[in-house]
Unconditional design. Structure first.
Length: 88
């Protein structure tokens, strides 16, 4: 229900500015402004909000996630591609 409202009201210049306001790069903002599928728009918007730090874990959740990630012993000073998987 909300997806339809969001995509109907979001026109390209507004979408680009919204993404830039979140701290996206020019390239990310341009990509976001070209999306048409409600699912793609919401996925990209969620990614931009996560990147900007708007949404944050509670301290104990952040601690647990950090401990879990450290069990993989991967270098954290490199860039990685990620995939968001939803269950249920």
């Amino acid at each position: 229900e909300h997806e339809g409202l969001f995509t109907k009201q979001l026109i390209i210049p507004q979408a680009k500015q919204w993404a830039l306001n979140l701290g996206s790069s020019e390239e990310e903002a341009e990509t976001f402004s070209q999306l048409h599928s409600p699912r793609e728009i919401w996925d990209y918007a969620t990614a931009l909000m996560n990147k900007s730090g708007i949404l944050r874990f509670q301290p104990w959740v952040a601690r647990d996630v950090e401990m879990f990630v450290k069990t993989y012993d991967i270098p954290l000073n490199e860039e990685y591609d990620t995939i968001h998987v939803r269950r249920g």
